[in-house]
Write a protein that binds this ligand. Structure first.
Ligand code: PLP
Length: 400
């Protein structure tokens, strides 16, 4: 079968590939602690599950509006308006099968072949490949650790060309946990005011997972004058431990939401009706899980930094949000395993840690930043303790 060029050029999602390698080891009887996949280890709160059962028993088993049920879009519009100060009405909301689908659809709906999309690096694994599949060209902009992994106005300005259609922002960031302040966003907005061809895709999926009293700001809030070219994307996956329910949502300019709705109407129709009812219960119901889990994630972040922070060759940065450590490991490259195999890349190191320590970490090259390992700390403290001890032992056994 002929596979088109766009898809051939896209990579298989690296985190999924690594998870498959980990699963294969597990199936062979090995114990693996998976700190690779990025999802909360908590269960979806029971009132949300109850709401899903109720909805399924009371008729929520049919197609819904393509853009989502009216009830859910109303609650989402209120949430954007009240929580993020992004004035929204239900008509400006689209619900999709995860934030991922909405980001993908926004790119597919807007990019012409060769259009450029500015993606700050380190980036979430999927952005560049989504751009490629949509026919665009990802323009990767390095945001080094020395600059806190944050996009600066200077770097943004240098990346913009007449072909630039989008800037993708992700704060708090997967993989670095960097959070852009309102002032930093304002400075980026100033650059964008001089580049009217550029729209902003603000991926706010980790906005509820913040540490050290750091506040959250979003581009559409900070720069209301850019709202007619800003798409704000969020969802229930990370905030409510609902990754498997596949519900994301977005608000943005009417013509873009209409185009995304048209595309969804010709592909998946609506997001799962039962999941939409569950998402409604999540957004309307008690919110204590957010504060409780945030405290748990902060403890786990610190546990890992304490357990591994003094290991020679590992460089820790303090994430302000999300649930990842993005650990520098460049100094360990070129060292040898006890079996004499040289570890040339972060991928080699990650595979060695999987095989020798039974710990799955994602190599930084997946995020456009070789020389790093991403560790997801949304896992039990017992697993994190065990994993850190095993990593420490495996790294201590490396030789020059
Ligand atoms: N955006 C970022 C930065 C993510 O890390 C993820 C999931 O890992 C998503 C979007 C996708 O979220 P969803 O489960 O809503 O598709």
């Amino acid at each position: 079968m002929q596979i088109n060029d766009r898809l051939r050029r896209a990579r298989v999602s690296g985190t999924i590939r690594l998870a498959q390698a980990a699963r294969a080891l597990q199936e062979a009887g090995r114990k693996v602690i998976d700190l690779g996949e990025g999802e909360p280890d908590f269960d979806t709160p029971s009132h949300i599950i109850d709401a899903a059962f109720d909805a399924a028993r009371h008729g929520a088993t049919r197609y819904t509006n393509v853009a989502g049920t009216t009830a859910l879009r109303q609650v989402i519009a209120q949430r954007f308006t009240q929580k993020n100060a992004i004035d929204s009405v239900p008509e400006s909301i689209i619900v999709g099968s995860g934030a991922k689908q909405l980001i993908f659809n926004a790119l597919v709906a807007t990019l012409e072949p060769g259009d450029e999309v500015v993606v700050p690096v380190p980036h979430w694994v999927s952005y560049p490949d989504m751009v490629v599949i949509a026919g665009g060209v990802p323009v990767l902009v390095d945001c080094p650790a020395a600059e806190g992994f944050r996009l600066t106005p200077e770097r943004l300005a240098a990346a913009i060309t007449p072909r630039t259609r989008w800037l993708i922002l992700n704060s708090p960031s997967n993989p670095t946990g960097a959070v852009l302040s309102a002032d930093e966003l304002s400075a980026l907005a100033e650059v964008l005011r001089g580049a009217p061809q550029v729209a902003v895709l603000s991926d706010d999926i980790y906005q509820d997972i913040l540490f050290d009293n750091v506040g959250f700001a979003s581009m559409a809030e900070v720069a209301p004058d850019l709202r007619d070219r800003t798409l704000t994307v969020d969802g229930v996956s990370k905030s409510y431990a609902m990754t498997g329910w596949r519900i994301g949502y977005a608000t943005g300019p009417a013509d873009l939401i209409a185009a995304m709705t048209k595309l969804q109407g010709q592909s998946t129709t609506n997001a799962c009706s039962v999941s939409q009812a569950a998402a409604l219960a999540a957004l309307e119901g008690p919110q204590d899980c957010i504060a409780d889990w945030r405290a748990a994630y902060a403890r786990r972040r610190d546990l890992v930094a304490t357990a591994l922070g003094d290991v020679p060759g590992l460089v820790f940065h303090q994430p302000q949000g999300a649930f990842y450590h993005f650990i520098g490991c460049a100094d360990l490259l070129g060292r040898r395993t006890p079996g004499g195999v040289m570890l040339n890349t972060d991928n080699d190191l990650s595979l060695h840690l999987l095989e020798s320590a039974g710990v799955c970490l994602v190599p930084g090259y997946e995020f456009g930043a070789p020389g790093h390992l991403r560790l997801c700390f949304a896992k039990s403290e017992a697993d994190l303790d065990r994993a850190c001890a095993a990593v420490r032992t495996a790294l201590a056994a490396l030789t020059d």
